[in-house]
Design a protein around this ligand. Structure first.
Ligand code: ATP
Length: 225
């Protein structure tokens, strides 16, 4: 007899606070199938018209997770915030049940360490990451955005100032002097991806650069500001 593969489902979001709720809303707006889970009936009611399915359940209860066939979901998000113990327990059970891609929200650095140890595929730290982005924007008028890729590498989006204008990338020699690479230039509606060394920079161009965090910091202080 032929065995049928279990029906593939898209996403499950556990914990419908501001963070989990926002993920759930965005995925639903993108037309994705989302199962929303929370132990609070009130929260679940709030999402019953937004998510494809919304159920009341305790994610630290293995029977509940098994019952909803959680391992058939492509991607599960654990967005249990304050209750760190429940977040860890739910993560442990979900990995044991064989969830392939698990993203978990961490509350602090210790929480993050434990989550990584027990197999969370991706750990997010929204408050900390947003703080870094905003602080970087605040310390320079020309920095539009700052994105941490890892502990070592970041991306910075900034406006070319007067000093950079009318020079080519070759003349500015950014890669050799600062060890960072300009990956794109936005000029009005045009986007130049992987610009060549002969490309002239205009004052007001928006440049996107990638590099080592320390190098980017040096570059930001000496060139961007
Ligand atoms: P926010 O995301 O709003 O910034 P937060 O990350 O601190 O805040 P909480 O306010 O703690 O999140 O909300 C997390 C949600 O997770 C709540 O709705 C809570 O009911 C739910 N939750 C907590 N523990 C469990 C659990 N064991 N099973 C299912 N849901 C849970």
């Amino acid at each position: 007899m032929m065995r049928r593969d279990p029906v593939k489902k898209d996403f499950a979001v556990i914990g419908l606070g501001r963070f989990g709720g926002s993920i759930c809303r965005t995925l639903s707006e993108q037309g994705k199938e989302v199962l929303a889970i929370d132990k609070s009936e009130e929260r679940v009611n709030e999402f019953s018209m937004i998510a494809s399915h919304a159920i009341v359940g305790d994610a630290t209860d293995e029977t509940v997770l098994k019952g909803i066939g959680i391992r058939n979901f492509d991607h599960v998000v654990v967005a249990i915030g304050e209750d760190i113990q429940s977040s860890i327990l739910a993560t442990l059970i979900l990995k044991e049940l064989g969830v392939r891609h698990l993203t978990v929200k961490a509350q602090n650095d210790y929480h993050e360490k434990v989550l990584r140890k027990i197999g969370a595929d991706e750990v997010v730290h929204p408050e900390r990451d947003m703080g870094i982005r905003i602080a970087n924007k605040m310390t320079s008028n020309n920095v539009l955005d700052y994105l941490e890729l890892s502990d070592q590498y970041s991306i910075i989006e900034f406006i070319a100032n007067e000093n950079m204008g009318k020079h080519t990338l070759l003349e500015l020699d950014i890669r050799r002097k600062y060890g960072i690479t300009i990956v794109a230039i936005k000029r009005d509606k045009e986007i130049i991806v992987s610009p060549q060394a002969k490309e002239n920079i205009h004052k007001g161009d928006v440049l996107i650069a990638i590099g080592d965090v320390d190098n980017l910091e040096k570059f930001k202080r000496k060139v961007v500001e």
